[in-house]
Design a protein around this ligand. Structure first.
Ligand SMILES: O=C([C@H](O)CO)[C@H](O)[C@H](O)COP(=O)(O)O
Length: 218
């Protein structure tokens, strides 16, 4: 049986209504609605509450990229309805553990974002040992602008065979999504290629078809 690979739409928009409209257009084709970092900073916890209320059968990820005070920062987002929040892999392990505690106290998932982590193998092993649910391979928007991609890091993490889900983000497009699935990602994160498309619903539908096709071939 083909492995189920989840699709996460990363909504890096700022306007709350635009963000909710994009979620509505893409929800039929995706598994996780990410309220992106700029969006969650701009709109705060109220948008997390509203998103979960409108899409109760989709996972909602608040991309907090927590760097300190892990449990204190993440807990109210889980209590407001987030299913997943993110913590930076460059943070202290105590911070990562705090987000994991907040997540697990609320039946949620903690994702450790590997953006700018110097030794992703060591950080991934420590995060997995601490109980992280998802390790996020991530080439950020500014790194993408400098020509970087997430593919080499994705290979390093999937090769470890850790008992955690692996997500991959960083400029993933229709042309590259099959490579991400075939490299072993459990969650494919797509932002600009969906929210920046002329027809975001059609772009999300195309991603669903490409991801399912690639998963069936693995
Ligand atoms: O996390 C992201 C970035 O740091 C800005 O918040 C993006 O959501 C992530 O990179 C996915 O977006 P695309 O790279 O546009 O697919």
């Amino acid at each position: 049986m083909a492995k189920k690979v989840m699709i996460q739409v990363a909504l890096d928009t700022l306007d709350p209504q635009v963000t909710l409209d994009l979620a509505a257009k893409t929800a039929p084709y995706i598994d996780i609605i990410e309220i992106g970092t700029p969006c969650v900073k701009y709109n705060g916890i109220s948008l997390v509450k509203e998103m979960k209320a409108k899409f109760p059968d989709r996972k909602v990820l608040a991309d907090l990229k927590t760097m300190d005070a892990g449990e204190y920062e993440a807990r109210p987002f889980f209590e407001a309805g987030a299913d997943i929040t993110t913590v930076l892999g460059v943070a202290e392990l105590a911070t990562v553990k705090g987000v994991i505690k907040a997540a697990h106290d609320n039946n949620g998932w903690a994702q450790v974002d590997m953006i700018c982590v110097p030794d992703i193998v060591a950080t991934a092993k420590a995060a997995a040992e601490a109980g992280a649910d998802i390790l996020g391979v991530h080439t950020g928007l500014d790194q993408q602008a400098a020509g970087q991609t997430p593919f080499a890091d994705l290979g390093k993490l999937t090769a470890l065979g850790l008992n955690v889900m692996i997500s991959c983000a960083g400029g993933i497009k229709p042309e590259t999504v099959a490579d991400v699935v075939k490299a072993g990602a459990d969650i494919v994160v797509v932002g600009g290629a969906i929210y920046g498309a002329d027809d975001p619903a059609a772009a999300a539908k195309q991603m669903r078809e490409l991801v399912d096709k690639a998963a069936a071939e693995v």
